[in-house]
Write a protein that binds this ligand. Structure first.
Ligand code: PLP
Length: 328
């Protein structure tokens, strides 16, 4: 890791989040399940907008924007995209112009992240199509228009799940290990979400560079195991290139990836995940949303019940609080 630090420090980064995020126990949940200590890493509390994992990624993505003097940031996602809202909030903090592009139609009544975007006074474009390729085409057009106006636009790629964005989670692995040492905690297993695989690839990479102090279980919320592995490997290769140090082993050899809790895919919940959205705040006073975090919680609980694990487990809360207000 020492070798890495030098390369890491040369990569542009801008401070946005309130890091480190808290790490604390969930005693009531552990008691209810009859298992050993369960910790929660609070990446829902990253300190900008409604909080969430994307702030860590944006420290590096917008770090590049500032270093290269781009003057407009274009970011795309579905109507309730956490990335769009957090990019807008971080750009506001940096005094950067930001344009949001959503597939879908403009909702009449704005709820959840849409409401937050409205409060921030965001520039929002609706593509009026749910097709990914229409949105991509729209952004390319917008990019050319802005360039024609003499602007220097930057496009946030692949939902921020890129090598650059994942650097935030390489750093998060370092942060978590330091917190464990400080608090004299023995965390064995970390449960994390796998969407496009940026969070997962970053943490797995960071963990490997630290000598694998943690076991990582990735719960897919969208794709099949094979596709998620492919996505994570691709991002891990990008990180290896950026940090000039490829992983010695393939991604599959460095973590467990499970797609049994993803329900019908992104945004399509299961009866159990739906139930835990209401149960966790009732037990611990902590809210989770229903696209990412509830599925990871269901996966973790299932593992803990089956393994009767007594070692320390850690649940990574990745935020998405804004979207919760559109889900019920
Ligand atoms: C984007 C997001 C994730 C997952 O990110 P990937 O890096 O694409 O796997 C998890 N949780 C929340 C709340 C998110 O917004």
């Amino acid at each position: 890791m020492e070798l890495l630090t030098e390369t890491f420090d040369q990569i542009p980064r801008i401070t946005l989040g309130t890091l480190p995020t808290p790490l604390h126990t969930m005693p009531n949940l552990a008691k209810k399940l009859g298992v050993g200590p369960i910790y929660m890493k609070r990446d829902d509390m990253t300190g900008v907008g409604p909080g969430g994992n994307k702030v860590r990624s944006l420290e590096f993505i917008l770090g590049e924007v500032v270093a290269q003097q781009y003057d407009v940031v274009l970011v795309a996602g579905p109507i309730q995209s956490n990335l769009c809202t957090l990019t807008a909030a971080c750009c506001a903090k940096l005094g950067l112009r930001c344009i949001l592009v959503h597939n879908g139609n403009e909702p009449e009544h704005k709820v959840g992240n849409q409401m937050l975007n409205q409060l921030m006074g965001c520039e929002v474009h609706y593509v009026n199509s749910t097709l990914e390729k229409d949105r991509t085409h729209y952004i390319e057009q917008l990019f050319h228009t802005l360039t024609g106006e003499g602007k220097h636009p930057y496009i946030v790629k692949n939902g921020a799940s890129t090598g650059v964005g994942a650097l935030g989670y390489v750093q998060a692995a370092v942060e978590l290990l330091a917190q464990c040492k400080e608090q004299s905690l023995e965390l064995k297993t970390i449960f994390i979400p796998g969407g496009n695989g940026g969070v997962a690839a970053g943490l797995v990479y960071g963990n490997a560079m630290l000598g694998s102090p943690f076991q990582i279980k990735v719960i897919s919320v969208e794709y099949s195991r094979d596709i998620l592995i492919e996505k994570m490997q691709y991002i891990a290769n990008e990180i290896g290139y950026l940090l000039k140090m490829p992983l010695a082993k393939p991604i599959v050899a460095l973590c467990e990836i499970d797609d049994r809790y993803s329900g019908g895919g992104w945004g399509k919940d299961t009866a159990e995940s739906r139930a835990w959205v209401a149960r966790l705040p009732n037990i611990e006073g902590i809210f989770i949303e229903n696209v990412y975090n509830s599925k990871v919680l269901v996966g973790m609980i299932d593992y803990l019940k089956k393994s009767k694990s007594t070692g320390g487990s850690c649940y990574l809360h990745t935020g998405g609080f804004g979207s919760l207000f559109s889900q019920y």
